[in-house]
Design a protein around this ligand. Structure first.
Ligand code: 0O2
Length: 223
């Protein structure tokens, strides 16, 4: 069932919106934690460094509605603002991002609304991240509601860049001096290099450990 809040009483409706989106954050959070635990169990490795959750503030929701030319109604919030519930998943390596995205997309109760791969296609600012808008079913006492969640998946290095760029963007209200913008583009390229080198190093270490372990196995067989 699509989420249609009762617009007769705005305060009650807003509380219901918060309840539903908070529940959606919990559902997605639990799914991610289970996947991380399973990955640890099977591969002795955690792809997720940490997870951040947030509900968008009413002010930011109204700002976004205005930007897209919509009136500030609860109905419009639910229909047009895809990131009222936001989850940010921070990983060590770029390969983890795609692994986690695939594991989430493949869950049978999740519906994928949209995918934006800003890693393959970075924004002109240099922004890199993998964005999924999904819906997850929320089981209330008398109905099931599909709630939208934006999942942003990125590496630690991409997150470091995005946090600083976000602060700078707000400090200059989107009009940062040209040399600062250029500096950020250069840093974004360094972030990509760092991610690629860290991934290559990690792969090499994994191969060396696998070789060493198979040698130990052979020795144990001989003994
Ligand atoms: P906040 O304050 O983080 O919530 P949309 O308007 O969301 O429907 P859009 O902008 O095409 O459409 O969506 P997109 O590109 O997927 O971006 C959604 C979110 O990604 C943003 O939310 C930011 O959190 C993040 N993001 C996108 N581009 C950039 C960027 O250039 N730099 C940084 N630091 N973050 C970015 P909000 O609502 O804009 O902001």
């Amino acid at each position: 069932m699509e989420f249609v809040p009762d617009t007769r009483n705005d305060i009650d409706s807003w509380k219901e919106v918060q309840l539903v989106y908070n529940s959606a954050l919990k559902e997605i959070g639990t799914k991610l934690e289970i996947l991380n635990d399973e990955f640890q169990h099977v591969h002795q490795y955690n792809p997720i460094e940490h997870i951040k959750y947030r509900l968008k503030s009413p002010e930011s929701i109204v700002k976004k509605l205005k930007k897209h030319g919509h009136e500030s109604t609860i109905q419009n919030m639910v229909q047009h603002v895809n990131d009222i519930a936001g989850v940010r998943v921070i990983c060590s390596f770029t390969s983890d991002i795609y692994r986690i995205a695939e594991m989430i997309i493949n869950q049978s109760d999740i519906k994928v609304h949209s995918v934006k791969d800003y890693i393959l296609n970075p924004k002109p600012s240099g922004y890199k991240s993998y964005h999924l808008i999904v819906t997850v079913p929320i089981f209330l006492s008398d109905r099931i509601i599909d709630a939208k969640v934006e999942i942003q998946i990125r590496t630690v290095a991409m997150d470091f860049w995005a946090s600083l760029e976000h602060k700078i963007y707000y400090k200059f209200e989107g009009n940062a001096p040209e040399h600062i913008k250029q500096g950020l583009v250069e840093c974004a390229s360094m972030v990509s290099d760092l991610d690629a080198r860290m991934l290559a190093l990690n792969e090499e270490v994994r191969c060396l450990i696998a070789d060493r372990d198979s040698e130990v196995d052979v020795m144990e067989d001989i003994d």
